[in-house]
Design a protein around this ligand. Structure first.
Ligand SMILES: Cc1cc2nc3c(=O)[nH]c(=O)nc-3n(C[C@H](O)[C@H](O)[C@H](O)COP(=O)(O)OP(=O)(O)OC[C@H]3O[C@@H](n4cnc5c(N)ncnc54)[C@H](O)[C@@H]3O)c2cc1C
Length: 417
């Protein structure tokens, strides 16, 4: 079934009885060429590009819960390509280009909205750093505009420009940055992969990874054993636990990141805005809710829910930047488990075990990476060679120290990235 305006029209006239489920609910087969552990954004996009670009369809995505229940449906939906360092910048640039054609490619409206992202700066030193970042973005082929204080005021008049402690000096504007509807991205990739023959198997937890003579041979699951030629671990916040099934200890710590949404309001925030002196960023959803978030909880955890001190911390920063937000009532908050690496950059690589691949370390920023991550992991799985855009995301950099990509210069402390 293809979606189109005509289909919506005719279904509206005939009682909406012709819609089919977006993907099948297959029983697991005894054997696949490739098994992907984790049905989040990255696992699903990997399956999609394996089928679309490499014709590999004897593939299963095993998800222990339901599609969209992990971080892919818990994030604050920001999509941007404003990275500074080589290694990261070309990857996120590649991802943004894939985002720009994604709805058409998937025949599924992922509501990608390029409403523009503004990172505020509050000191001369920060202005210099953002000017450098903007130039790097332009060199990469992406877009960036350095705004002065009046330029920011024209676009974001509701900010507190009289704040003496955190004066707003300007902002780095990234016009092609924006948001997308997160669960639609999961559903769109799941549907696209399923239509090409991939089995999406929900409620199927991987409980063991079978290895024989240094080579992966399959997985044990809550729905029985499955043999596989290749296995990709794409489990985001649970990556450490999944890799432990193969006897691996990853350079990853899991931390909770919280987000918040207010009641629906009339349109007030047109862009994505990020505070440069506190951990706070905000956008407004199509339903009118102000969607915002801030820093990680400062301890390692698999709890998938946040704590009140961090809620207070985020809201204090929001009140400092835009006091008008205090009038909005918070409807909900939630948490997701972040797979934090010591340099804040991800891993897309093979492991020392033949046939076993790893995709993890997305920290708090893996939603915007979903298209490129799947595209690059599919390339690696199918061809055996890393994709040029992800060549720096090697696991070995944490062993030999070569090629670390510490984007923020915060060093090897997981929870600071
Ligand atoms: C509050 C919050 C805000 C965020 N905001 C942004 C943002 O604005 N922009 C951005 O770019 N990124 C953001 N992120 C980060 C982004 O959401 C994640 O980096 C990204 O979604 C992780 O990849 P994923 O989608 O594959 O993860 P997930 O959706 O978590 O997928 C992993 C899947 O693996 C499954 N799994 C785990 N163990 C097993 C097992 N043993 N067997 C089978 N399945 C298993 C899990 O159930 C899960 O569904 C945010 C995250 C959070 C929590």
């Amino acid at each position: 079934m293809r979606f189109s305006g005509w289909k919506v029209f005719t279904e509206g006239l005939t009682g909406n009885r012709g819609w089919a489920p977006h993907w099948r609910d297959p029983e697991p087969k005894p054997e696949y060429d490739i098994v992907i552990i984790g049905g989040g954004g990255h696992g699903l996009s990997t399956a999609y590009y394996l089928a679309r670009d490499h014709g590999l369809t004897n593939v299963a995505v095993l998800e222990k819960g339901y599609i969209g229940g992990g971080n892919v449906g818990r994030n604050t939906t920001i999509v941007r390509a404003n990275y500074f360092l080589p290694g990261n910048s070309e990857f996120y640039s590649h991802s943004l280009k894939l985002w720009e054609g994604l709805s058409e490619d998937l025949n599924y409206n992922v509501m990608h909205s390029q409403r523009g992202l503004i990172n505020l700066f509050h000191s001369d030193g920060q202005r210099d750093a953002f000017a450098r970042r903007g130039n790097a973005m332009i060199n990469q082929g992406d877009d960036a505009v350095l705004l002065d204080r009046d330029g920011v005021r024209r676009m974001l008049p509701y900010l507190d420009f009289d704040n003496g402690r955190f004066p707003i000096h300007g902002g780095l504007y990234h016009p092609r940055g924006g948001t997308a509807r997160h669960d639609a991205v999961a559903w769109g990739y799941a549907r696209g992969a399923d239509r090409r023959g991939v089995d999406i198997i929900q409620n199927c937890e991987v409980t063991g990874i079978d290895i024989d003579g240094g080579r992966v041979t399959g997985v044990q699951t809550s729905r029985g054993p499955i043999r596989a030629g290749k296995v990709a671990m794409v489990a985001a916040g649970r990556s450490g636990q999944v890799a432990a099934m193969a006897g691996m200890r990853l350079p990853v710590e899991s931390h909770v990141l919280q987000a918040f949404v207010t009641e629906g309001l009339k349109p007030v925030i047109d862009h994505v805005v990020s505070f440069g002196m506190g951990h706070f960023y905000v956008s407004q959803s199509d339903k009118g809710g102000l969607v915002f978030g801030g820093d990680l909880d400062f301890y390692a955890s698999y709890a998938q829910r946040g704590n009140l001190p961090m809620a207070e911390h985020v809201m204090e920063a929001g009140m400092t930047l835009m006091p008008m937000i205090g009038k909005a009532r918070v409807l909900r908050s939630w948490g997701g488990i972040m797979d934090m690496t010591p340099d804040g950059s991800p891993i897309i690589d093979r492991t020392d075990i033949d046939g076993l691949y790893l995709n993890c370390g997305w920290c708090y920023g893996g939603f915007k990476a979903v298209p490129a991550s799947g595209h690059c992991l599919a390339h690696l799985l199918a061809t055996g060679r890393p994709h040029a855009a992800a060549a720096g995301f090697r696991l070995g950099r944490f062993r030999d120290g070569v090629g670390l990509m510490d984007e923020e210069g915060t060093g090897a402390q997981h929870n600071l990235h």
